[in-house]
Design a protein around this ligand. Sequence first.
Ligand SMILES: [Zn+2]
Length: 337
Amino acid sequence: MLESAPPSRILLSGRAKPILRPTASRRRSTLQRTLKNPIHCTGIGLHSGAKVSMTLAPAEADTGVVFVRTDVLAQGGAPERAEIAANWRHVADTRMCTVLANEQGTRLSTVEHLMAALAGCEVDNLRIEIDGPEIPVMDGSAAPFVFLIECAGTMEQSATRRAIEVLKPVSFGDDRRHATLEPADGFSLAFEIDFESQAIRRQECTVAFDPHSFRAEIARARTFGFIHEIEALRAAGLAKGGSLDNAVVVSGDRVLNDDGLRYADEFVRHKLLDAVGDLALAGAPLIGHYTGARCGHHHNNKLLHQLFADDSAWRWTTLEPAASAGAWNRVAVAANA
Ligand SMILES: [Zn+2]
């Protein structure tokens, strides 16, 4: 998977609203994928500041993504370790980041950037072993996880990948702050944010999602925060691991990071990254168009609750690659399971 990809185009339309489209006729995988080899990393948790070790290990088809807290015994005791499936039903907290918890209450924080990397690299099945309560923040983006996945390599498995097709619009929120999903041919996302700070102001971005557009246009966008918020979090014992090494920090109208931004609109692109990660908790790739306006993890999770609460709003489908684009074509439909 260490293919050298051509740069993708950014097409401007309307009021300088970037539409990020796939350029290459990259076939999306129609078979499930896992890693070829296990791979290991260490890092610190954004909130705990504690060092954690993490191993991404191959898993059998139809496993999905499963987190294993190697520092916590499962109910029933040794040698079993606590497992938490990466699923929207297990989201326990969305205030600062997306937190998962299993039925025994074992929690794991800040899963969204890693989940986004897995979706972007089309990894369906993975066992993620971690010896602490928080996924390492790395540089605040998904790019280090993409690099790990590329180093380990991915491989197709014999099972067909299924996707979740959105059949009718669902929405959560109000006029100003909302998340919506509506039917579409492929998976695309749009986001808009609006801050008083002149460093951010109003930003809109739309992306036609595929592995290439994700890596080139979304994966490197870092999380961000305002200095006064970070000071308040620190006073509350949070964001202990946060620094200019793993976040864009804004003070008033200025970006404090010496190297500036990775994209002129890095802020809204990070919101797209978060949405990709949160929506990956659906458990399978989505076919639909997502729109987010001034919202975050809470709205994204509630949106999945809305979608799955209505059996007529979605269905399982199998896929084959479109002849000439990165998008998928629907080819067959199975009843909702
Ligand atoms: Zn984020």
